[in-house]
Design a protein around this ligand. Structure first.
Ligand code: AHR
Length: 633
């Protein structure tokens, strides 16, 4: 018997409860969400012509040279100098291979742009979109007509007439005269909200479809950087894109299951865009910044305590960038970038997976400075990755004593761990710091193992664990699965919630679990028991329930993680009469079942109606199934 008592609220469900964790890992941003198709557009990768191939009779007809003008332009030092005589199409050009190819769509418009500098007016570019056998599927000519010897931007738009999964672009240099080229860029027009230079709409749509309560960005380990020189610095990610200084991605060849020696961060998707994305999809922004410590898995490099001021200042300035008046330095930049209204930032993270006394002493500096200037700002503080060990307990105690708003716990564990730990927060204190389950995912074959898959077993075990998060919303106020995106040809870490290629996405069973919780989060936790308990351990039955005061709905999540079907009598107590009920079922008979581009809905939710008699529902709970029962009153 399942008993639900919806007559009283046990805890409020925070609007932030279920969110998403975004990191530029697995080509999440460059090569993924950020819709730029040209790789190494400003020749700043370690190898200046990485991603590019010379075309035609380059040596005979002309010379390409990558020039460095670091003193003049520290943020975008390199450009391509073309010295050539008279050339026609086919004589001299460049091919760009894209990020594991370029996805091109029939009928969709493409914007090509370039920054150029020349003293002769006879040059133009012939741009060709090509398929994998170099067949042209779209083309345009672009006159580089301004010959005043200064840098100018030129743009041309044209269509692709064919859909191609792994295309590329030829850029032919035609006409006469020497020319310098930089920031060669190609974007589809069908970006999210049709913003020029924007984000891949299909990927954003997956996020919007979850209605996440928050977006945590920009990671993960990339916040820390492999070393401090390569830490994530938000100030390098705002302002004009040609002034955003690129760095090597911390995931470049690291965890090289799919080596990505060409993995850089151009920051075209930077902090302004992250805030805008959060606003677009109604999620609270949750930026995480470096605390003066590099990634503890790579190095123990920490910034000396006496030199932490710039780090703390970055935190203060970030709040001004997000919320400050347009008369302030950073608030003005936000307005200049197109968003005079504040982004209404309420919380921010200090450090990712940092621990030890070094973390605590650095955190104190941030905490004091932020509290002094922005007393309402809530801080999310790192608790490492060791949920069962001493490190975790010590830090949790210390952070609680420091009265931080949120403690960010991460767990990548086996499905069995998730099933066994659904009661993890049942006895947690409701007072003081709240838990942010900031990164978690069941690993089918062990921590970050390349053979990990997003199976039905991983998803089901997370669904069971999440009953414990939901019922303990008084202690756990935010949770997010990690990592979020992975490109099938360029991942470093698996499992991941959403898989993409250059044209499509598919959602994993784990995505559907997250989505079912997020779309059915309710407003109040109510009491839910199975035969008097919150978890029926022997029978592997898990349960939680919320009420949605606005939608007038009682929602019961039931996970039967056993190999046997169970006949359940669901008995609901409510002040108002119940009218109808619907059932959402997520299941597979095969615990190893996965989704794929060919079978994207192999494991996907199915909705049906359910009979309610008075206050009772009978549910034949099949083996290994996740149910969401929704009762309208
Ligand atoms: O999600 C992948 C990585 O796992 C994150 O970058 C890091 O925070 C964690 O160790």
């Amino acid at each position: 018997t399942v008993n639900i008592d919806a007559t009283k609220s046990i805890a409020k469900v925070p609007s932030t409860m279920w969110g998403v964790f975004f990191e530029d890992i697995n080509f999440g941003a460059d090569g993924g969400l950020y819709a730029e198709l040209i790789k190494n557009r400003s020749f700043e990768f370690t190898q200046p012509l990485m991603g590019w191939k010379k075309l035609g009779k380059a040596n005979k007809e002309g010379v390409f040279l990558v020039e460095n003008r670091e003193k003049e332009n520290l943020k975008n030092p390199r450009y391509l100098q073309v010295t050539a005589g008279k050339t026609s199409k086919g004589d001299l050009g460049l091919y760009n291979e894209g990020f594991r190819g370029m996805g091109l769509k029939a009928g969709v418009g493409y914007d090509f742009s370039v920054m150029y500098r020349t003293k002769t007016s006879g040059r133009s570019l012939d741009i060709e979109l090509v398929d994998s056998s170099n067949k042209v599927v779209g083309s345009a000519q672009l006159q580089l007509s301004n010959a005043d010897g200064q840098w100018h931007k030129a743009t041309v738009s044209f269509n692709s007439n064919t859909t191609v999964l792994k295309g590329g672009a030829n850029i032919w240099i035609v006409g006469e005269g020497n020319v310098d080229l930089d920031m060669l860029s190609l974007f589809p027009k069908d970006t999210w909200k049709n913003r020029p230079g924007g984000l891949r709409a299909d990927m954003v749509q997956r996020l919007a479809d979850m209605k996440p309560g928050f977006i945590r960005f920009p990671g993960g380990c990339i916040v820390e950087g492999r070393d401090l020189a390569n830490r994530y610095q938000w100030k390098n990610t705002v302002g004009p894109i040609e002034e955003r200084k690129l760095i090597m991605n911390r995931w470049n060849t690291e965890f090289a299951h799919r080596p990505a020696p060409d993995y850089f961060q151009t920051f075209g998707l930077g902090f302004f865009e992250y805030f805008q994305l959060s606003e677009d999809i109604g999620a609270e922004p949750l930026p995480i910044i470096n605390c003066g410590m590099a990634c503890q898995f790579n190095t123990s490099e920490v910034q000396d305590m006496s030199e932490l001021d710039p780090y703390v200042q970055d935190a203060l300035d970030l709040i001004e960038f997000a919320n400050g008046a347009t008369t302030t330095k950073w608030g003005k930049l936000r307005a200049d970038m197109g968003h005079p209204a504040p982004f209404n930032l309420k919380m921010m993270g200090i450090g990712n997976e940092n621990w030890g006394p070094q973390y605590v002493e650095r955190l104190h500096l941030f905490q004091d400075a932020i509290a002094k200037k922005y007393p309402k700002m809530k801080l999310v503080c790192s608790s490492g990755t060791d949920p069962n060990g001493e490190k975790f307990d010590f830090l949790n105690d210390t952070l609680r004593k420091m009265k931080v708003a949120y403690i960010d716990e991460h767990y990548y564990r086996s499905p069995e761990w998730f099933l066994d730990n659904a009661g993890r927060y049942d006895n947690y204190t409701r007072n003081g710091s709240k838990v942010f389950a900031g990164e978690y995912a069941a690993q089918s074959d062990g921590m970050a193992n390349p053979t990990n898959r997003n199976t039905w077993l991983t998803a089901l075990s997370e669904a069971a664990f999440m009953t414990g998060l939901e019922r303990n919303a008084g202690a756990v106020e935010m949770a997010s699965y990690a990592p979020l995106f992975a490109h099938v040809d360029a991942w470093q870490w698996t499992p991941d919630m959403i898989w993409v290629n250059n044209l499509q996405t598919y959602a994993t069973p784990d995505y559907y679990v997250q989505q079912l919780y997020s779309l059915n989060k309710g407003t109040d936790v109510v009491s839910a028991t199975i035969n008097g308990k919150v978890i029926e351990g022997e029978n592997k039955l898990y349960i939680s329930s919320v009420k949605d005061e606005k939608k007038k709905e009682i929602i019961v999540k039931i996970v039967n993680a056993s190999a046997d079907a169970k006949k359940l009598d669901v008995d609901i107590k409510n002040k108002e009469k119940m009218k109808s009920a619907t059932l959402v079922t997520l299941q597979s008979k095969d615990m190893q079942a996965v989704n794929s581009f060919d079978h994207p809905e192999n494991v996907a939710p199915k909705e049906s109606s359910l009979t309610i008699k008075g206050n009772k529902i009978q549910l034949d709970a099949a083996a290994n199934t996740f149910y969401v029962v929704k009762v309208q009153y």
